[in-house]
Design a protein around this ligand. Structure first.
Ligand SMILES: O=P(O)(O)OC[C@H]1O[C@H](OP(=O)(O)OP(=O)(O)O)[C@H](O)[C@@H]1O
Ligand SMILES: Nc1nc2[nH]cnc2c(=O)[nH]1
Ligand SMILES: [Mg+2]
Length: 165
């Protein structure tokens, strides 16, 4: 569970994000031929674009889920748009051969919900926290549960006061 008082921060730059997305692609580029990517919006949009480019995948679907309304506070999980039946039916049903991409797993609630719709899909994220880790098949970096990950699209350059003085 995300603690709203947590002050551990893990800021990710665009460069780092791009490197991590490419590292994730390397791990996903074995023998398996992916039939489609399902990206979990909105956080999955950017990594999905990079992975799709690297793997040459053009069949891209979204599942639109929202749960964190007020920064660090998880509310009710809402599916705004489910995955199309065409994608669920791939590979003989239940999403076999489908690659699900999200930016991270935290409590694992989002991943659990998506897995109910696509039980045979492969779930991949760039970052994971311990509670969500059992729900992910492939990820790059794990951070502690009380760390908040800051993505490059959520940040800007600001003046930093000197450490001393
Ligand atoms: O493992 P969980 O505790 O369910 O949290 C993980 C989800 O939370 C974030 O999405 P969010 O609902 O904030 O929406 P966004 O992708 O539009 O930012 C993140 O992108 C994951 O999808
Ligand atoms: N940006 C961001 N969104 C989240 N949603 C759930 N956990 C996180 C997190 O650590 N960072
Ligand atoms: Mg999300």
């Amino acid at each position: 569970m995300v603690d709203a008082r947590s002050d551990k921060a893990f800021p990710v730059s665009w460069d780092q994000f791009h490197r991590d997305a490419r590292a994730l692609t390397w791990r996903l580029s074995g023998d398996q031929k992916w039939q489609a990517i399902v990206c979990v919006t909105r956080g999955g949009l950017v990594p999905a674009a990079i992975v799709a480019r690297e793997l040459g995948i053009r069949m891209i679907e979204t599942i639109c889920v929202a749960s964190y309304q007020n920064y660090k506070e998880q509310g009710e999980l809402k599916v705004l748009k489910p995955v199309s039946q065409e994608i669920v039916d791939l590979g003989g049903g239940e999403g076999a051969g489908v690659l699900v991409i999200d930016d991270l797993v935290d409590t694992g609630r989002t991943a659990r919900l998506v897995r109910e719709m696509l039980p045979k899909a492969h779930y991949a994220t760039l970052y994971s926290k311990p509670m969500g880790r059992p729900l992910v098949d492939t990820f790059i970096t794990e951070v502690s549960q009380d760390t908040w990950i800051y993505f490059p699209w959520d940040m800007g350059l600001t003046f930093q006061p000197p450490i001393v003085g």
